[in-house]
Design a protein around this ligand. Structure first.
Ligand SMILES: *[C@@H]1O[C@H](CO)[C@@H](O)[C@H](O)[C@H]1NC(C)=O
Ligand SMILES: *[C@@H]1O[C@H](CO)[C@@H](O)[C@H](O)[C@H]1NC(C)=O
Ligand SMILES: *[C@@H]1O[C@H](CO)[C@@H](O)[C@H](O)[C@H]1NC(C)=O
Ligand SMILES: *[C@@H]1O[C@H](CO)[C@@H](O)[C@H](O)[C@H]1NC(C)=O
Ligand SMILES: *[C@@H]1O[C@H](CO)[C@@H](O)[C@H](O)[C@H]1NC(C)=O
Length: 951
């Protein structure tokens, strides 16, 4: 969640031009505004939230054009190495445009794998240069000793005078990347290269942002983790410095990954892509594909394969900010039961905390005895509970005897918090008031964090954790609490519940000596980062060493109103234990917090897969975390944007993604919520969540939404084995669960921009309604009638679509068009109220035959929760020539039977159907064969042994 006053919305009118999608822009006019009282904020004064206004470079007409002015480098001393080449780059002439130019750089080129090339450029003198540690972010390594220039699909070519390089695909001769003709700019605070792109390029990636899938000319991507309510085109929570370039002339794709945590900006033009970073080294990786799916797999394999999430995480999640009391939480759970809407996991926003302090419980609204009973009850019905916490750790007031918060002491005493440049504690401000921030680079921070989480688990037996505000967000600019923490506990930033019972209750005065450590540290003069001192200088002075880290000479187009890097975030000059400045690793804060949380959960809940939902992400976060789209708005536009955001996160290695269904900020309405509950049920992470003060939006609030929800929840739960198998595939290969049409059909240029539809795996095509007041929706069905067959999910009928045509589909409220692509076999299981119940029900198969009467599919199963999977089951299904064969292997036992097989696209009614040679019951209708009552033939478990079904 977040304070919406900081949101810098860009006019909704832009949406239709940016995305080329038919989206209504006036849908929120008839909505009541949120009851959230903006004037009640009291923790910090407004002035404390104001940064120093910066003019973003890209909005400054007179800004120096580095590409035109810089003189570049010459490459000298080139030598061959075992896997590539090395050389030295000498600066031709210093221009010091946005920082001090380095006069000497080292170039290293490595052929790492047949499909991966590495280009590395770093200053010869690395003093004051941040080099991203390998133990923090995985570094792709040479794969095998036989890879050379001769075997690689990617070839590095260079020009010595006015150094530039190009990367060529050897199989096609195509230039994939070329900086030749444009100077390399390499200063302490500004690194830039500019590569040519072909006209009509198709570039995706460079998340996270709220934008259509394609980065069309004119797009500028700002990569700086930011707590802001999902503004269109602004920088938001995650940073994924990778783009995929899909070339339709040769039907190939490749990607480019800059392994850097630096603050970045990428300018996409008609025929160029210019990548800028404000610190660090050039550590580039090229992945050759050649198909989009190969590109994604190659990249995700290197940054870290996605976590195999627990099976239960596929169930439905309900959350809101404003479940004021434990009774209210109980009521929500019982309402779901009453309306018979499956509820797997109930969540808490900060409501449960005592004074919004992390890992505490409110004694009045969430008394611990009731809280514990609630969780026991939840677990008794096989449901789950997840609370959130924020990055900021409350700093208690030493003058107040009753203001006790042991977690702060533990962190402070173990030296596990971020510091100011002078070594004093960095104290910002989040929900509880003034807060310190864990420094996950500090040596004792893991121990501190593990203890914190274990202690909390002893009180509240949660099933996963939700890491919020971890960009990391701080409401005030700078270490505002250095002098202010004596005002803690502050009043919360919002009115809450019954005003007569407002927090805080009486606090006494006292002298608590143990807190003197804060002041002691504040007065200490030593600092590990003394080489990076800087003056608050909004005039963009160019400084040596680290430079001016508060106001870099190149100002990014940061989506906070004043564009100051310190606004609504921990300041760039906050300092880590080892001297690393936040400026260099800001984009990693959430990533590091998630890693520490993951390690802590492994100890707190042994051998259970940790479930972590994180708002801030970086390349590789998917290996430990799920992610949601952040603070979106209850509006049609944000429902549409959930699709490109999901596709972009998927290609960034975070397949377990969903957004706040029905919308977070502002009030939703029944029509939007109905459409969104249906769309959301096809995303791997399915959670409804909204903000404090907005109207309730649980799916039982409106009967029309209840009905619509049940329809697609039933489909989702029926398909759980399919979804879980896809999660496993993702975990093994890096391939996302939700897939763009352009990844499935990479040779069709006209699909490149489609982000209003998506595939789930290869088999299901979802065509949601994304606008109000309509009863139809348009969609494309690639290859239909030529190479592909599509079946309507609901009627099983083969639909007569024309490839390349924008078909109009009936889609009255409550109906989301869903099609099965011929050639696929989907494993199913009868839905239950919970995941645990569903897993005790009989299995089934949906077999959708292709043009040749063939289909295939697979199933993966295990116990769904063990961290170390000891037994698992894999089943391959193949259909051909009126026969389906299952081939199981693995030792995970399931006892539930196979009850039915539904075969779509059977052209004639068969005379008989046999299962393992025995006649079985079936019906035939609409070219669909329904084989039922198989239970007795698979008593030992659906996939206990191979079976053959013939018709
Ligand atoms: C725009 O850029 C020019 C050249 O770098 C600089 O002198 C000027 O101060 C910038 N304008 C603003 C408003 O920052
Ligand atoms: C990138 O290079 C091209 C070709 O030299 C040039 O036209 C374009 O302005 C450059 N873009 C930037 C942002 O420097
Ligand atoms: C490297 O740079 C630092 C800081 O600019 C300087 O003090 C040092 O002498 C340089 N080292 C070498 C070997 O040039
Ligand atoms: C290089 O070796 C790997 C195994 O180490 C092998 O898979 C690959 O095919 C080899 N490539 C060539 C070009 O020989
Ligand atoms: C650190 O950065 C903040 C925010 O820009 C600024 O207010 C503060 O003065 C800086 N502190 C130092 C010591 O430079």
């Amino acid at each position: 969640m977040h304070l919406s006053t900081f949101v810098n919305f860009i006019g909704l009118g832009l949406i239709s031009t940016v995305c080329g999608s038919p989206i209504a822009t006036e849908s929120n006019s008839n909505k009541a505004s949120s009851t959230f009282d903006e004037s009640s904020r009291a923790t910090i004064s407004d002035e404390m939230t104001w940064g120093v206004a910066q003019t973003p470079n890209i909005l400054n007409d007179t800004a120096v054009d580095a590409n035109a002015v810089a003189k570049g480098y010459d490459l000298v001393n080139v030598s061959q190495t075992a896997h590539g080449l090395a050389g030295i780059l000498k600066l031709n002439e210093a221009t010091n445009i946005y920082g001090y130019d380095f006069d000497c750089l080292n170039l290293l080129v490595e052929y790492q794998a047949d499909s991966r090339l590495h280009v590395h450029i770093e200053p010869a003198n690395l003093t004051d240069v941040f080099v991203l540690p390998e133990d923090l972010i995985a570094k792709p390594r040479i794969e095998s000793n036989n890879v050379t220039f001769d075997t690689s699909d990617l070839v590095f070519k260079y020009q010595e005078k006015n150094f530039g390089f190009s990367v060529i695909r050897s199989s096609t001769g195509e230039v994939l990347f070329s900086t030749i003709g444009n100077p390399l700019v390499y200063s302490n605070q500004f690194i830039q290269f500019n590569t040519t792109l072909p006209k009509d390029h198709v570039v995706t990636g460079l998340g996270e942002s709220i934008h259509g899938s394609i980065n069309e000319p004119g797009v500028v991507k700002t990569l700086f983790a930011n707590d802001v309510g999902d503004p269109i085109d602004g920088n938001i929570y995650g940073v994924h410095p990778v783009y995929m370039d899909h070339r339709y002339d040769s039907n190939t794709a490749h990607s480019v990954y800059w392994r850097t945590s630096a603050i970045q900006e990428v300018v996409v033009e008609e025929e160029a892509l210019t990548w800028r970073a404000l610190s660090g080294v050039v550590d580039l990786y090229f992945f050759s594909g050649p198909e989009p799916k190969d590109v994604i797999k190659q990249y995700v394999h290197e940054i870290g394969l996605p976590a195999l999430q627990p099976y239960w995480a596929l169930g439905y999640h309900q959350c809101r900010w404003g479940y004021d009391t434990i009774e209210e939480l109980e009521e929500v759970v019982s309402n779901f039961k009453k309306f018979d809407i499956p509820l797997e996991t109930i969540w808490s926003d900060i409501d449960y905390m005592d004074g919004y302090k992390d890992f505490t419980t409110d004694p009045h609204r969430y008394p611990l005895d009731k809280f514990k009973k609630f969780i026991d009850d939840i677990h008794g019905t096989d449901q789950h509970y997840i609370p959130m916490f924020d990055a900021g750790i409350y700093v208690p007031n030493p003058n107040n005897a009753s203001d006790i918060y042991e977690i702060f002491h533990n962190g402070n005493e173990s030296d596990s918090f971020l510091k100011n440049p002078d070594g004093s504690l960095y104290i910002g401000s989040v929900w509880p008031g003034f807060t310190a921030f864990p420094d996950f680079l500090a040596p004792k921070s893991q121990e501190f964090w593990t203890k914190t989480i274990k202690d909390f688990y002893d009180k509240v037996q949660f099933d996963g954790l939700w890491c919020d505000m971890n960009e990391a967000s701080s409401f005030c600019v700078g270490s505002c609490g250095s002098e202010g923490y004596l005002q803690n506990p502050a009043k919360p930033n919002f009115e809450y519940g019954d005003v007569s019972d407002t927090y805080p209750k009486g606090f006494e005065q006292s002298n608590a000596s143990e807190y003197s450590s804060i002041q002691q540290k504040a007065s200490s003069t030593s600092s590990a980062a003394s080489s990076s001192t800087s003056i608050s200088d909004s005039q963009n002075t160019i400084a040596p060493g680290k430079g001016n880290i508060n106001y870099p000479p190149y100002a990014i187009n940061h989506a906070q109103g004043d564009h100051d890097l310190a606004t609504h975030a921990i300041s760039p000059n906050a300092t880590h234990y080892d001297g690393t400045i936040e400026y260099d690793v800001h984009n990693l804060y959430g990533y590091m917090e998630v890693n520490a949380t993951y390690n802590a959960l492994l100890e707190a809940i042994p051998n259970k897969r940790p479930f972590i939902l994180s708002r801030a992400t970086f390349a590789g976060s998917g290996k430990h975390a799920a992610h949601w789209g952040g603070d979106n708005t209850a509006d049609w536009a944000w429902m549409y944007f959930s699709i490109p955001q999901a596709l972009s996160m998927g290609m960034s290695g975070i397949p377990f993604f969903g957004v706040d269904v029905c919308g977070f900020n502002s009030n939703t309405d029944s029509e939007l919520c109905s459409r969104w509950m249906q769309l959301g049920s096809f995303f791997p992470f399915y959670r409804n969540h909204n903000t404090l003060g907005a109207i309730s939006q649980e799916p039982y609030v409106w009967s029309s939404v209840t009905d619509a929800t049940k329809i697609t929840m039933n489909i989702r739960y029926l398909l759980l084995p399919y979804y879980y198998s896809l999660l496993h595939e993702s975990h093994e290969s890096g391939l996302p669960v939700l897939r763009a049409l352009s990844w499935e059909f990479p040779n069709q240029r006209n699909l490149s921009t489609v982000d209003t539809q998506f595939f789930v795996g290869d088999a299901l095509l979802v065509t949601p309604v994304l606008e109000p007041s309509v009863e139809t929706v348009k969609g494309v069905f690639p290859g239909s009638g030529i190479t592909e067959i599509y079946y309507d999910w609901y009627t099983h009928e083969q639909v007569d679509f024309q490839a390349g045509k924008n078909e109009t589909l009936e889609a009255p409220l409550g109906h989301i068009p869903l099609h099965i692509r011929g050639g696929n076999i989907l494993p199913t299981q009868e839905p239950g109220y919970t995941i645990a119940q569903s897993r005790k029900n009989p299995f089934g198969l949906i077999v959708a035959l292709d043009k040749n009467g063939g289909a295939s599919g697979k199933l993966y199963l295990d116990d769904g929760e063990s961290q170390e999977v000891e037994s698992s089951l894999f089943v391959n299904f193949v259909a051909l020539n009126n026969t389906i064969v299952s081939s199981p292997y693995g030792d995970y036992k399931i006892s539930e039977p196979l009850s039915n097989i539904t075969i779509l696209g059977v052209n004639e009614k068969p005379d008989s159907v046999t299962f393992e040679g025995k006649d079985v019951t079936y019906t035939y209708e609409n070219s669909t064969l329904f084989v039922t009552d198989l239970n007795k033939d698979s008593k030992d478990g659906a996939f206990d042994k191979q079976f053959t079904l013939k018709w």
